[in-house]
Design a protein around this ligand. Structure first.
Ligand SMILES: Nc1ncnc2c1ncn2[C@@H]1O[C@H](COP(=O)(O)OP(=O)(O)OP(=O)(O)O)[C@@H](O)[C@H]1O
Length: 331
């Protein structure tokens, strides 16, 4: 192909904008596209930003061919385009907020959990992380005027802690039809970290099927923690967690959905670098989660939620109550 013709083809492809599929990447035929899709690489940006080694390992396609595909994907993806503050501000207007059930906690978060971000709840056992996840699931099915999204929910449950009975209790308190709420919550049990990663990749497809606007991972880190013990496997664990969290974030962006995850605090300071209340996953989880909330137990079912490291909200605390009715304000 003449150089000009080739450039023209790339321009044409670019002009098509967001409608492009991975088959539009020069060098990607049907069989290659299938291999890429099977491994969660189902859009041009995902391929353009992947490392040749990772893609080659995942798909079994030779590293040389993968490098060519990635380089072609980069040419047609919008990488490195700087956006004006005004453009970003416009996009921010699409961000929706999901109520937590507690006005105190909603205020701390500037109105609720934001879509297109990961919100992490971390704390010791019994601090209320799973209770909050159940409440968010119920709230997501509520109408917009009540702080919900009137949409379905996906839950990746790693510790078998999902309890429909709690959903029924919480739904009744909010005068919702509990059968309908349960029908809108889709739970997948993840048996190990590999399975969890696969479910994270599949979530985008499932979200379209169900119109889900909330993805919960409870717990984000427990499998990784138990499977990758010791310092030797730390970097592998962090890499996998990083990849998993970016899959979750992609779901959030594509669906304009909330991503809520739970995380334990490390109980063994000798292994996890000194801070006895440090969340598992260290920097990787910390940098990828946009909002981090630390939960502490108080008296009589009260919990203190502390917002940490928000990009634009002040640090602060809110008192909530874990009750039979669900998450409500603490006094
Ligand atoms: N029906 C209920 N009525 C009132 N409080 C409840 C009810 N169910 C659970 N709780 C409260 O929630 C606590 C458990 O919280 P949760 O399961 O969310 O903890 P967690 O932070 O997820 O802990 P872990 O790390 O062990 O999974 C219980 O100790 C209890 O105080």
């Amino acid at each position: 192909m003449e150089k000009n013709e080739k450039m023209k083809k790339e321009e044409d492809v670019k002009d098509e904008g967001k409608k492009l599929t991975i088959e539009d990447i020069p060098g990607v035929g049907e069989a290659t596209a299938e291999k890429l899709r099977e491994n969660g690489l189902d859009d041009i940006m995902a391929i353009a930003t992947a490392s040749p080694k990772d893609v080659s390992e995942l798909t079994g396609i030779g590293e040389g061919s993968v490098a060519k595909i990635i380089s072609a994907a980069r040419k047609i993806a919008d990488i490195g385009n700087f956006e004006t503050g005004e453009e970003i501000f416009q996009k921010r207007k699409d961000v929706l907020r999901l109520t937590t059930g507690s006005n105190n906690l909603d205020s701390l978060l500037g109105g609720g959990l934001e879509t297109q971000s990961i919100t992490e709840f971390f704390g010791e056992f019994g601090s209320g992380k799973t209770q909050i996840m159940h409440q968010l699931a119920v709230n997501c099915t509520m109408p917009e005027e009540k702080g919900g999204f009137n949409s379905d929910v996906l839950i990746i449950d790693t510790e078998n802690t999902f309890r429909p009975e709690r959903i029924i209790q919480m739904s009744k308190y909010r005068e919702l039809d509990s059968d309908e709420v349960l029908r809108r919550i889709h739970v997948a049990r993840a048996y190990n970290s590999h399975h969890q990663i696969l479910l994270g990749e599949k979530a985008s497809e499932m979200a379209k099927e169900y119109n889900a606007k909330l993805l919960i991972v409870d717990s984000l880190t427990s499998h990784f923690r138990s499977e990758y013990m010791g310092r030797g496997s730390l970097s592998e664990r962090q890499q996998l967690l990083n990849r998993h969290m970016h899959d979750l974030l992609r779901f959030g962006t594509l669906q304009n959905a909330v991503i809520a995850v739970t995380n334990q605090v490390a109980a063994r300071p000798d292994v996890f670098f000194g801070d006895p209340t440090a969340p598992i996953g260290g920097n990787i989880v910390g940098h990828t989660a946009t909002f981090r909330i630390y939960l502490r137990k108080g008296k009589a079912g009260k919990r203190i939620a502390r917002l940490i490291d928000s990009p634009y909200l002040p640090e602060g605390e809110a008192v909530i109550q874990v009750s039979e009715d669900g998450i409500i304000d603490g006094t």
